[in-house]
Structure formats: structure tokens, C-alpha cells
Design a protein around this ligand. Structure first.
Ligand code: BT5
Length: 259
């Protein structure tokens, strides 16, 4: 994308995972800004070993290689800026207002999942002159599902697409261009405290988790409460009967349907 750091866009008909590809490229020293986009992933990754589903040629499957100048505590913002840029792009290209579910899902107006983000860091690659890489991948449901009965049973009540929500086709390459365009200033913001505060404010403004009754699922425990805030590091603050808790990483379930 001209005028951005994302000028090296590598396109694949089929690949296992665009995140896997860029993590390998990062280990070989690839610079910030490389983009991988695929028509089809044979092993699309979700978080925590889950899978990301998309039939060939229907959806936007893209990853970006970042080497952000970020304090470790603010690492979450690297994936948040991709989710925010995707929300900007969906607004601009599809004319659809989306909400962000913490940590990083894009939801349609009824709370169904339109997109998911997976950030993978390679801390082992910290040696050498370059800053450590973070690969952030996003899958945006563009044309699939075209109908809810196209979805596998486990997704019929939770997933949606731009085609379903808007009732018209959405151009994947226009969406990708808009996403990279919107991402440039957001990534630039990661290097300064004021920039990071601005991105955190945008995250707060887009975050439909705030005010919701939630269950937070951690690797070894879960708890319930009301999502109260997002910190300047991008962490979720939850009010519980036992006091305030700050969640750095975890899964969040919205306990009641969104407004
Ligand atoms: C995510 O994980 O939402 C992160 C998805 C990241 C996918 C992109 S595509 C480009 C890049 N390359 C990769 O290999 N991955 C990234 P998580 O929050 O764990 O959600 C995964 C769960 O969402 C699955 O277990 C399903 O329940 C559900 N799911 C799978 N495919 C879906 C889809 N297309 N739409 C909505 N939900 C889906």
C-alpha cells in the first residue's frame, strides 16, 4: 500500500497459515511491514490452538509483520491497532459499524463475530539489531457465510459476514487497502506514550465489552463481573463482587446479549 510501511504484500492462493509464514520470515530477519494475504488457509489458526475457518476465495485472511517499539506491558496494543484498523476499513468500505469485543473480535450489530485477530510474538528472536517481531493476523468474514446455514453447526449462532450483514458484496482488495491505510498511523502511534494513549482511547470507544456482564476465562480459573474499563495498556478492567481485577490476557464471554 503506497504511502505506508506495508509495501511488500505477498499473495498466496493456498498456504497453511499466513501467521506461520510471517513468523518464519521474521526469524529470517524480514523487516516490519511485510504483509501476507491468502485466498485459502489449510491450517488457519485461532487463539489457544483453535482453528479459523474460511472456504477458499471468500474471506480476507491477512497477517502483518510488526516490530513495534512498545513497552512489554503494552504489548496488547499491537493486536488492538489491527482490530481498530479493520473496524475503520469495514466502516469505510462496507458501510457497517462494528464493535470490538475484548480482546480483539469484531462483532456485527447483533453481536455475531465478523472477524478475529491472532497476535503471535517471537520472543526468541529478540537477539540482533531488529526489535522483536509480532505477527498480527486477522480473518474477516467477507462473503462467507453467505447464509447462516452455510456455517458448521458450532458457528451457526455465533458467526456472521459482511455479505450477510450488509446484503451486498464487499470487495476484499478494497477492504485490504483500507485496512493497511488505516493501520499506518495507528502503528506509528505505538512508539510514543501519547500515541498509545490515543489508541487505547479508540479501543475504549469501540469496545462493546465495556458495561457488559462478562465471564473471564483464564487458563486455570474463571470469574464473572462487569467490564468497567480498558487501561492505557489495553488491558480489561472487570468489577467483581471481590473487587476490581485487571485482565491482561484471557477469553471473555458476554453473558447477556448485547443491546
Ligand atoms: C481468533 O481466534 O478469532 C483469531 C483468528 C485469526 C485468523 C487469522 S486469518 C489470518 C491469520 N492466519 C492465521 O492462521 N490466523 C490469522 P479465537 O478467538 O480463538 O476464535 C476462534 C474460534 O472462533 C473458533 O474456535 C471457532 O469457534 C470460531 N471461528 C472459527 N472460524 C470462524 C469464522 N470464520 N467466523 C467466526 N468464528 C469463527
Amino acid at each position: 500500500m503506497a504511502g505506508t510501511r506495508f509495501t511488500d504484500v505477498r499473495r498466496f492462493d493456498t498456504i497453511d497459515s499466513t501467521n506461520r509464514y510471517l513468523l518464519d520470515e521474521a526469524r529470517r530477519g524480514a523487516p516490519e511491514g511485510v504483509v501476507a494475504v491468502a485466498d485459502h488457509q489449510e491450517a488457519g489458526r485461532g487463539r489457544l490452538g483453535r482453528r479459523w475457518e474460511a472456504p477458499p476465495g471468500a474471506n480476507l485472511l491477512v497477517s502483518v509483520l510488526l516490530r513495534p517499539d512498545l513497552p512489554p506491558a503494552s504489548r496488547h496494543l499491537a493486536s488492538a491497532v489491527v482490530a481498530l484498523a479493520a473496524a475503520d476499513a469495514v466502516d469505510a468500505v462496507a458501510g457497517l459499524a462494528t464493535g470490538l469485543k475484548w480482546p480483539n473480535d469484531l462483532l456485527g450489530p447483533d453481536g455475531r463475530k465478523l472477524a478475529g485477530v491472532l497476535a503471535e510474538a517471537d520472543l526468541g528472536a529478540a537477539a540482533g539489531p531488529a526489535r522483536p517481531p509480532v505477527v498480527v493476523g486477522i480473518g474477516i468474514n467477507v462473503a462467507w457465510p453467505a447464509r447462516l446455514d452455510d456455517l458448521p453447526p458450532e458457528l451457526t449462532t455465533t458467526a456472521t459476514s459482511l455479505a450477510l450483514e450488509t446484503g451486498h458484496p464487499v470487495d476484499r482488495s478494497a477492504l485490504l487497502d483500507a485496512l493497511l491505510d488505516a493501520l499506518e498511523p495507528r502503528v506509528a502511534d505505538l512508539s510514543t506514550p501519547t500515541g498509545r494513549a490515543r489508541q487505547a482511547a479508540d479501543l475504549r470507544a469501540r469496545c462493546v465489552t465495556l458495561g457488559a456482564a462478562v465471564r473471564v476465562e483464564l487458563p486455570d480459573a474463571s470469574f464473572e463481573g462487569t467490564a468497567a474499563d480498558v487501561t492505557d495498556e489495553g488491558h480489561l478492567v472487570v468489577d467483581t463482587p471481590d473487587g476490581r481485577r485487571t485482565v491482561v490476557a484471557g477469553d471473555v464471554v458476554h453473558l447477556r446479549p448485547l443491546r
